[in-house]
Design a protein around this ligand. Structure first.
Ligand code: 6GU
Length: 245
């Protein structure tokens, strides 16, 4: 199913590489994905084309004004309410949002239309969130200078899940996070390089043993760098056991 992204941003030029290169570039060329960039400054009316203003109550920084954002969103979607519409997601990229993870990527890959609003400065006038029904999404616990790179992260993660976007249909189902753990280590030829050998079991042709080895390495890696994922997995499994009794 095709997806359309509308990106509302003050830096539309930043998206040129994602729309033309790699997996997303190919999906755009083949018509699987449509990406519409909207320059927020086209919806300003003053001669400085200002999109932001000082915060009520004082404090440093600037806040995105409601008028240009409401106009841009209504130009893209028509009259919009604050309630959810089927097939349409309205997302603000901001460090205050819910964390983007693989389940959310999967969920979004089932939508037909995704409107992305890229934040800047000290954020948005909150009436934008409430009045237009936006959900807030963050890509992690660090601060970036704007929502453009996070929007590109979201687009890339969603597009590669669309049927037909990757070379191998099953490759997105076998990777890190899809089953709650990280990927096992991979090797290719040559069997020995600078004295480092490919693990014997991978050359054995014994598929059951290879499977077992990969499972163990995946758990080992996850335990070493992402113990939080294993805890989540254990909680899920205990939950399922409780459901079954
Ligand atoms: Cl979505 N925006 C900004 N500005 N910083 C971030 C972020 C988003 N997610 C993590 N850091």
């Amino acid at each position: 199913m095709a997806v359309r992204f509308d990106i509302i941003t003050i830096f539309p030029g930043m998206f040129s590489s994602v729309v033309s290169e790699s997996i997303v570039g190919r999906a755009v060329k083949s018509g699987l994905v449509e990406i519409n960039r909207v320059d927020l400054r086209d919806f300003t009316e003053d001669k400085h084309r200002s999109v932001d203003d000082r915060p009520y109550g004082g404090g440093p920084g600037m806040v995105f004004k409601p008028e240009p954002v409401f106009d841009a969103v209504e130009n893209v979607l028509g009259e919009v309410g604050s309630s959810a519409e089927p097939g349409i997601r309205k997302i603000i990229l901001t460090p205050q949002g819910r964390r983007l993870d693989q389940p959310l990527m999967r969920e979004l890959s089932g939508e037909s239309r995704i409107v992305l609003l890229c934040g800047h400065y000290e954020g948005f006038d909150h009436r934008i969130v409430e009045g237009l029904g936006f959900e807030e999404v963050s890509i992690g616990d660090y601060v970036l200078s704007g929502g453009e790179l996070p929007a590109m992260v979201l687009i890339d993660g969603v597009v590669r899940l669309l049927p037909g976007a990757l070379g191998h249909p099953e490759s997105s189902e076998q990777e890190s996070f899809e089953n709650g753990v990280l990927d096992f280590p991979q090797y290719t030829r040559p069997p020995e390089y600078r004295g480092m050998k490919v693990p014997e079991v991978l050359l054995s042709g014994n598929h059951a043993e290879i499977e077992q080895w990969r499972h163990e390495r995946a758990l080992e890696r996850t335990r070493a760098s992402r113990g939080d994922l294993l805890e989540k997995l254990e909680l899920q499994e205990t939950g399922q056991e409780l459901d079954n009794t």
